[in-house]
Write a protein that binds this ligand. Structure first.
Ligand SMILES: Cc1cc2nc3c(=O)[nH]c(=O)nc-3n(C[C@H](O)[C@H](O)[C@H](O)COP(=O)(O)O)c2cc1C
Ligand code: SF4
Ligand code: SF4
Length: 262
């Protein structure tokens, strides 16, 4: 394969996907391949360079992925044979994302060359202790390196996924719809604890979908269309945004905020 350049579009809420795509970038670079990294939340899908191979990286959410990631994929320009690969990170079960995404990119004229799901620490509900998570990250990064090597050597695959996967995709759509409802937004409301918040505005800058606005009193306001990527709660420097459904109020982050922001 005469692979020279990759445009890698990714989103990471709490840093797991960021570590994986960085490891893949490192492996590509070692093999003489240029990689342009792009944040999905800052990118225009209609402006992707169709002359380069495209990479997609994102976390699994609700057996699928976030609505704004789907919007990006659905809005990619039509292509005439651009090669494309995907990688997602997850706590354990996905099901609904790989097969459906393959169909979308194929219909748009891309050539799907590789899909890989990499287990990393769970960043919601039951947050495990640091030692267990460290082991998962180490294993995940080895898989990321191997996957990048497979892409370079033409050994990666994005095969057809059984019908059950499509059924899971439609189940996950229901989950994503429930997430959007006002009742759910109220139940899982991520709000700043004013006793801890220093009004720095980091959460508003980090939110990929502009769901946080700094209010006139200087504190962040939740605009009630959260998709629960957990970035704000994870990277608040004052730990001022508790995630109510996390075990014992624990918060997960795979990297420091300044690393994710570079
Ligand atoms: C709202 C939400 C839903 C999630 N749903 C799933 C899921 O359905 N299956 C799964 O295996 N992991 C799930 N996870 C865990 C994440 O996919 C996993 O921790 C991922 O590596 C996080 O990546 P990030 O740090 O790049 O955001 C979910 C996490 C969140 C925040
Ligand atoms: S990141 Fe934390 S401390 Fe900064 S404004 Fe948001 S809630 Fe407050
Ligand atoms: S408000 Fe927080 S959890 Fe919700 S989408 Fe924005 S950064 Fe993610």
């Amino acid at each position: 394969m005469n692979l020279k350049r990759i445009d890698f579009y990714y989103f990471s809420g709490t840093g797991n996907t960021f570590l994986v795509v960085k490891k893949m970038q490192e492996t590509f670079k070692k093999n003489g391949i240029d990689v342009n990294m792009h944040r999905i939340e800052n990118s225009d899908p209609e402006k992707v360079n169709l002359n380069n191979m495209i990479g997609l990286g994102f976390p699994v959410a609700e057996l699928s992925t976030y609505e704004f990631v789907w919007e990006f994929i659905n809005s990619l320009s039509q292509s005439e044979g651009t090669e494309i690969f995907m990688v997602d990170t997850l706590g354990g079960i996905s099901g609904g994302v790989v097969g459906h995404m393959r169909e979308i990119v194929k219909k748009k004229g891309y050539v799907p060359i590789g899909a890989k799901e990499i287990i990393m620490p769970v960043n919601i509900f039951y947050i495990q202790d640091e030692e267990i998570n460290k082991g998962k990250v180490e294993k995940g990064l080895i898989e990321a390196e191997e996957y990048a090597a497979d892409i370079i050597n033409g050994k990666a695959e994005w095969g057809k996924i059984p019908v059950i996967s499509d059924a899971l995709y439609y189940t996950s759509l229901l989950g994503l719809k429930i997430t959007e409802t006002r009742l759910n937004q109220k139940l899982l409301y991520l709000a700043a604890d004013k006793g801890k918040c220093n009004k720095c505005g980091t959460c508003a800058k980090l939110c990929p979908i502009a769901n946080i606005k700094m209010g006139e009193d200087g504190y962040p306001e939740n605009l009630m269309h959260c998709q629960y990527c957990l970035r704000c709660t994870s990277f608040c420097p004052k730990d001022a945004i508790p995630c109510k459904i996390n075990y014992n109020g624990k918060t997960y982050r795979a990297v420091k905020a300044n690393k994710l922001l570079i």
